[in-house]
Design a protein around this ligand. Structure first.
Ligand SMILES: Nc1nc2c(c(=O)[nH]1)N[C@H]1C(S)=C(S)[C@@H](COP(=O)(O)OP(=O)(O)OC[C@H]3O[C@@H](n4cnc5c(=O)[nH]c(N)nc54)[C@H](O)[C@@H]3O)O[C@H]1N2
Ligand SMILES: Nc1nc2c(c(=O)[nH]1)N[C@H]1C(S)=C(S)[C@@H](COP(=O)(O)OP(=O)(O)OC[C@H]3O[C@@H](n4cnc5c(=O)[nH]c(N)nc54)[C@H](O)[C@@H]3O)O[C@H]1N2
Ligand SMILES: [Mo]
Length: 768
């Protein structure tokens, strides 16, 4: 299996490399974001739009899920938020003429970057069976086509309904309601590829699959551990929060195979020191860990904390919180026995760290009364991600760091409303209580059998078990693992439908028939029958607030996501549905009333969301140290320690984001902090590994992934860059490397693709 760089693009892959930077943000970041915004939107629209981002009467940034501080700056956005806004608010348009000029076969040769640069989608488009081009279609006809295919299925379970994490609470609630009235729980979402491992681990151990800290907690913490996350790029506003935490005396440990610039030093463009001075040094201790070594690290720290508590005097005094453990936890003895058995040598092998690093970390852990652990994809996308995150929970429970100010778990979410979508019921394995509430409120019997997650949906499409694929946003084909398998699966479908704002690869790799349904973005005015509407979102810390777009929609043909669901539901379900779809479409307040009746924590939703600051959803462990788990307590766990074993002559590859992309959306070709420009087919390798493998800096290589079943997958033509990554660990950008991630390589329990631990062989390409 091989994937070549897309042909037919004006952009050639010719990477240029300079040394990585050691600080993030500051004035260059502002300049860079304004340049991109001006290119896409012009000067006036840039000013008008960017001033509305994350303001109390404005729209929620479509970038990441980091929360808004209560006191907002006039410009409460970051460089990458500005790019996300510019991408959506661009003045460029994809019209029917564009589709007439570009047959699907041509679109399929284009890079994601080129497709995105064409601008906003403007009209519903239909690709008929055997046709070469998409043609304009009316909304009514488009809904007829979907309804005909859905009603022709032998079972509702032959349809798959994907969601990406930008969908608002209102749209997500309606979407899952429609899908369940139609009769299936096949609701995979981007979460399956993202924080599913966090959800699995936290639900089992704490009873709530979400983070337990609020923004204020960061400011009160003594110690913040940031593991497996690159906030300088992916959650830049988090750097301001870390800066403030440091000003309050917090220490920061970052745990990462890469020395990410944002975590080293931060020049806040919103204060004078950041603009003119050297900025704030953020990381006090950098643990240059090997990929997948985190479970071993936390296990050893747990052992050392237990041993410190044994000494029972001096530094060890109160090393563990005995009262909390007694009152609130379950499984301590078994956990403690496993932790005490942790082995130094094995830990040093798994982590690549030295003893002195771990001793320093331990001293900081013991000195801290309030500890928070933040993490993202570096912890969630490995085979043993769920036990890794459970070990983080053990680590926090041991010293009572859950359910009090300045302490807790902080999985930092990706998409701006990915957490809210789950709260609204976008889940292939819904809780029975949620289905009971739906049944009570809407008077139908929702399906109870679990549906397909992302990986299972791909298998079902591949094997002909699923025949219709419908996506509410996202770019399923490019974001999912095992690109060739996924593309073949998609081509096997009878109908593929995408509700989208921008063109992407999923529109070019289609089923027998395909539809593109263009929709409003966050930045745009949403006018419905009963007047202007707003929507709501939930951030990474469980705060819910309103989002109002102000811009003129990109085209008069666009429908909002709620309107699309309502019209589709009426057409598919017909008079048998007693749900007031027409009313919902006219007035989103009526959707919120029903959310209030179904989803715990949303009582008086319409009233409470009128507070511009929004409101916090309840979180039992945080609010009252109560744990809705099977045991009624917070659960310690004792899984065996795992870490990736890499055969001789191979490297472990992580697939990650550059500074100039949003998942599969490529904004530009400048991974500024890492010093990599004008090309994305690069592989970062430690200089000593490169030397052992005979890979000169600047040479070209193929990446060949080797899966346990003996199959190989190949991505060709990557420029080698000698880079200070941990020994044995390489890094390349996603989505180009998704071709290397086997569909079956997933995390235990959560089934999340293990896209941060791909075993690869580097095969040098002879000079042309
Ligand atoms: N600008 C921008 N913002 C984004 C996104 C974007 O693409 N662009 N994507 C959004 C989404 S959906 C998400 S989920 C988040 C993603 O946010 P991140 O998780 O920060 O994204 P990645 O680029 O995947 O970076 C993973 C980080 O973890 C490190 N890492 C990898 N493996 C390991 C490991 O085994 N152990 C440890 N300790 N570290 C490891 C990597 O070196 C890297 O620093 O960002 C969101 N925000
Ligand atoms: N190898 C590898 N694979 C990964 C990852 C990795 O780190 N490595 N990360 C995984 C993660 S964390 C995630 S979250 C997934 C992301 O997977 P997805 O969420 O499926 O992908 P995105 O690239 O975020 O989707 C971008 C598209 O969303 C559409 N869009 C944007 N805004 C809106 C909107 O408001 N409404 C609608 N309807 N559409 C909109 C646009 O058409 C755009 O092209 O990828 C996963 N895949
Ligand atoms: Mo994500």
């Amino acid at each position: 299996m091989a994937a070549k760089p897309p042909a037919g693009d004006p952009i050639q892959d010719a990477p240029e490399v300079t040394p990585p930077q050691r600080a993030a943000a500051g004035l260059p970041a502002v300049g860079h974001s304004l340049r991109i915004a001006h290119q896409q939107m012009g000067v006036r629209r840039t000013a008008l739009t960017l001033l509305r981002v994350n303001q109390k009467d404005g729209f929620d940034c479509p970038g990441c899920a980091w929360p808004e501080p209560d006191k907002r700056h006039t410009a409460e956005f970051c460089e990458n938020g500005a790019k996300a806004v510019a991408e959506e608010a661009t003045l460029r348009r994809v019209t029917p003429d564009f589709f007439a000029a570009h047959p699907v076969a041509d679109l399929a040769t284009r890079s994601g970057y080129w497709l995105g640069q064409q601008g906003r989608l403007t009209q519903p488009m239909y690709l008929a069976e055997g046709a070469e081009r998409y043609e304009p279609v009316s909304w009514d006809r488009a809904f007829d086509i979907v309804a005909d295919e859905l009603t022709a299925l032998d079972s509702p379970d032959e349809a798959v309904f994907y969601t990406s994490g930008r969908t608002s609470n209102e749209a997500a609630f309606l979407y899952q309601l429609f899908v369940r009235e139609f009769g299936t729980n096949n609701l995979p979402d981007c979460s399956n590829m993202c924080h599913e491992s966090s959800g699995s681990a936290l639900t089992e151990t704490l009873g709530v699959g979400k983070g337990s800290v609020l923004l204020e907690d960061l400011y009160k913490a003594d110690l913040i551990i940031v593991a497996g996350q690159n906030p300088g790029t992916n959650h830049p506003r988090m750097l301001s929060a870390l800066e403030k935490a440091k000003a309050g005396g917090a220490k920061i440990i970052s745990v990462n195979p890469l020395p990410e610039a944002g975590l080293e030093r931060f020049k806040n463009p919103q204060n004078a020191r950041g603009i003119a001075g050297g900025g704030t040094s953020l990381t006090d201790l950098f643990l240059h860990i090997r990929l997948g070594g985190d479970q071993a690290l936390f296990r050893l720290l747990n052992k050392l904390v237990l041993e410190a508590s044994d000494s029972a005097s001096g530094a060890g005094e109160g090393a563990i919180d005995e009262e909390f453990i007694r009152e609130h936890t379950h499984g301590f003895e078994e956990f403690a026995a496993a932790a005490r058995a942790a082995d130094w040598d094995e830990t040093l092998r798994a982590t690549g760290l030295d003893r002195a690093d771990i001793d320093r970390a331990l001293a900081m852990v013991l000195a801290s009364k309030r500890t928070i652990v933040c993490w993202a994809m570096g912890l969630t996308q490995h085979k043993h991600s769920v036990p890794t995150i459970r070990e983080v929970v053990n680590f926090l429970l041991l010293r009572g760091n859950i359910g009090r100010p300045g302490a807790g778990v902080c999985p930092v979410r990706g998409h701006s409303n990915v957490q809210g979508d789950r709260t609204m019921g976008i889940f292939e394995r819904p809780a029975p209580a949620f289905l009971d509430a739906l049944e009570r409120e809407f008077g139908f019997a929702p399906p109870r059998e679990h549906g397909f997650d992302v990986v299972r949906a791909i298998r079902a499409l591949r094997d002909g078990q699923a025949k219709v694929f419908f996506a509410m946003g996202g770019n399923f084909v490019a974001a999912s693992p095992d690109t060739e398998v996924t593309e073949a699966a998609m081509r096997a479908a009878r109908l593929t439908v995408h509700v989208s704002t921008k063109l992407n690869r999923s529109h070019a790799v289609t089923g027998t028939r395909a539809l593109i349904l263009p929709t409003l973005g966050r930045t745009e005015r949403d006018l419905q029958g009963d007047g202007p509407q707003f929507v709501t979102v939930e951030d990474s810390m469980g705060m819910v607030h309103a989002s109002r777009g102000r811009l003129e929609p990109a085209s008069s043909h666009l429908l909002s996501e709620p309107a699309i669901v309502c019209r589709l539901a009426r057409r598919v379900l017909g008079p048998e549905s007693h749900t007031p779809w027409e009313e919902f479409e006219k007035d989103y307040g009526r959707i919120r009333d029903r959310i209030a009746a179904v989803v715990p924590g949303f009582e008086d939703f319409n009233d409470r969301v009128s507070d511009p600051a929004g409101f916090a959803l309840p979180h039992a462990p945080r609010d009252s140290r109560s744990f809705p788990t099977a045991t009624g307590k917070a659960n310690f766990t004792a899984a065996p320690v795992e870490y990736p074993k890499v055969p001789e002559g191979r490297l472990l590859l992580q697939t990650l984001r550059s500074h100039d992309q949003y998942n599969t959306t490529i904004y530009g070709l400048d991974d500024r902090y890492r010093g990599i420009k004008n090309g994305r087919r690069v592989v970062l390798v430690h200089p000593e590994d490169a030397q052992e493998l005979g890979l000169a800096d600047g040479s070209y290589t193929d990446l060949v992934s080797e899966w346990t079943d003996g199959t190989e997958r190949r991505a060709t033509g990557f420029r080698v860059i000698h880079y200070p990554t941990a020994r044995g660990c390489a890094a390349s950008y996603y989505p180009e490397t998704n071709v290397l991630v086997p569909l079956d390589a997933t995390a235990d329990t959560s089934n999340t693709p293990a896209s941060k631990s791909v075993v690869v062989r580097l095969e040098q390409t002879p000079p042309a």
